[in-house]
Design a protein around this ligand. Structure first.
Ligand code: NAD
Ligand code: AKB
Length: 312
């Protein structure tokens, strides 16, 4: 049975991933960690530890103490927060990844690290965005993501560490709120639609971005880590997507269930310029070919499920 440690597990992804991994591999085998204390639904369901992932010796001690053979490294600063404090984004995203990769090298652990559509930049072909293409991001978040992809590749080729990862699009979920990203509008819109019947969007009406519903993202996380290594050519930065949304198209989907729902716009120039520098549609055929990636939720199915959970 795997012995797993998750960093940054209190966030949008970790709050879904931790229970899934505890179900799959046994609660006692999954050490959940975050830089802050988490609620009893996490801390009482299995082992939990407050852990600053930028503290390399604390990370090493936690991995060795738990005898972990696999690390899901989720601790990070996201795009919009990263543009407000680029130094913080660089320090947290790079120091924590280096700490995790070093202990993985010493202890022969497998490592999952999520990259992002934020790794692409304004010079990248936008539709479709190929798996292997120009990577010149315009944000500090994107710079840390490209550097992280390369560092993970390096630890695999140089030291034989079993590093794997995907480039996630914007993730949509209920539960833990999103943590300061450019795609947060696609989550906020559901909360405001179900509570107030209207939403003011910080991106313009036709800003198109790739998105994915969280249950598919969790399947991707488990799927890539369970994939046959012989089939993996890309390893650390697989494009994965499930749908392409604009504020206009998602509002129309919500209006099928809440006919009076209204959307208006108060565009935030910082997040708009980040969104404008990202792809409109990424090509995820490498993930489909190399580890049978296939999402279950399109925009219609995701909207039904989100509204059902939020109104209940
Ligand atoms: P989030 O902001 O919701 O959660 C991040 C967690 O990391 C938080 O619980 C925070 O407390 C913790 N954290 C911050 N600094 C830390 C530190 N020094 N040590 C330990 N923990 C720390 O982020 P998320 O949405 O869950 O994203 C997780 C990963 O997935 C990130 O690498 C992110 O870039 C990537 N990703 C997310 C999305 C998305 O839409 N959510 C899309 C693409 C990639
Ligand atoms: C963000 O908007 O920063 C994240 C991401 C797509 O990486 N949701």
């Amino acid at each position: 049975m795997k012995r797993i440690l998750i960093t940054g597990a209190g966030g949008q992804i970790g709050s879904w991933l931790a229970p899934r991994l505890r179900d799959l591999y046994g609660a006692a085998n999954v050490l959940v960690t975050d830089v802050r204390h988490l609620g009893p639904e996490v801390t009482e369901a299995g082992p939990f530890q407050v852990l600053d992932a930028t503290d390399a010796s604390a990370v090493a001690q936690a991995v060795m103490g738990h005898q972990a053979d696999t690390v899901y490294h989720l601790a990070a600063i996201l795009s919009a927060t990263g543009e407000n404090d680029p130094g913080l984004a660089w320090r947290v995203n790079m120091s924590s990844l280096e700490a995790v990769l070093e202990v993985a090298r010493e202890q022969a652990c497998a490592v999952f690290t999520p990259s992002s559509i934020g790794a692409f930049g304004p010079d990248t072909p936008k539709d479709p965005t190929p798996q292997d293409t120009i990577m010149r991001p315009a944000t500090m978040y994107g710079i840390t993501k490209v550097a992280g992809e390369l560092l993970c590749d390096y630890y695999h080729t140089r030291y034989g560490v079993d590093t794997r990862g995907v480039r996630f699009p914007g993730l949509i979920s209920y539960g833990a709120p999103p943590g300061g990203g450019t795609t947060d509008w696609a989550v906020d819109i559901f909360y405001k639609a179900s509570s107030a019947g209207r939403y003011t969007c910080f991106l313009g009406p036709e800003s198109q971005l790739d998105m994915m519903y969280m249950p598919d993202a969790i399947d991707a996380l488990v799927g890539i880590m369970e994939a046959d290594p012989e089939r993996l050519v890309h390893r650390n930065a697989f494009n994965v997507t499930a749908m392409q949304l604009t504020p206009t198209s998602l509002a129309a989907e919500i209006q099928k269930h809440i006919p009076d729902f209204e959307i208006d716009y108060d565009v935030d120039p910082v997040r708009q310029s980040i969104a404008d520098s990202w792809p409109d549609r990424i090509d995820d055929s490498a993930a489909r070919e190399e580890w049978d990636w296939s999402p279950s939720f399109d925009a219609a199915a995701m909207t039904v499920d989100m509204l059902e959970h939020l109104t209940n």
